[in-house]
Design a protein around this ligand. Structure first.
Ligand SMILES: [Zn+2]
Ligand SMILES: [Zn+2]
Length: 164
């Protein structure tokens, strides 16, 4: 999607918006395809007192195993990204600005890079996910195994003392 921003840049108070999809499904991360849908994007560019801003509201379905227990987790994620746009090429090295020298802004790559930068670093089925038992590999959220220390049956404990 290319947004033509000439009117917005030249007229204070002017705005333009667009709704479109950006392809996410073919993207691989760490060997999996975590995007279960493409991104639905609503873009709004607005000139306020000569400053042009761009807001991208993005939603998509994200699917990745829990980092601790490996359970498959599918969630709808929503993000909102804000950018400042400048019409001319500026000499400053400021990365906070996106330059739009010919008033045409290509949004697809911008949306994808925004999403990749904002994906959750830690992805858990719940804040207190107990993870997997390091000994038998069972999911400790679902089952209580007897591998863990302090979990020994008291009767077995007596037996152990007798053997010692
Ligand atoms: Zn988990
Ligand atoms: Zn175990």
């Amino acid at each position: 999607m290319v947004l033509n921003l000439k009117n917005v840049f030249l007229n204070d108070g002017e705005k333009t918006s667009a709704q479109f999809e950006v392809e996410l499904k073919p993207i691989t991360l760490d060997g999996i395809y975590p995007f279960d849908s493409d991104a639905s994007v609503c873009a709004l560019a607005e000139n306020k007192l000569g400053f042009v801003s761009l807001t991208l509201n993005v939603s998509f379905v994200y699917s990745r195993p829990c980092d601790r227990c490996g359970k498959a987790l599918k969630r709808e994620l929503e993000f909102s990204f804000d950018h400042r746009l400048v019409a001319g090429l500026s000499d400053s090295e400021d990365d906070d600005y996106i330059e739009v020298p010919d008033f045409e802004l290509e949004l697809d790559d911008l949306v994808v890079s925004d999403i990749l930068l904002d994906l959750p670093g830690k992805y858990l089925c719940s804040e207190d996910c107990k993870g997997l038992c390091p000994d038998c590999g069972c999911n400790l959220n679902d089952t209580e195994c007897s591998c863990r220390k302090g979990n020994i049956d008291p009767r077995l404990e007596i037996l152990k003392q007798l053997i010692d």
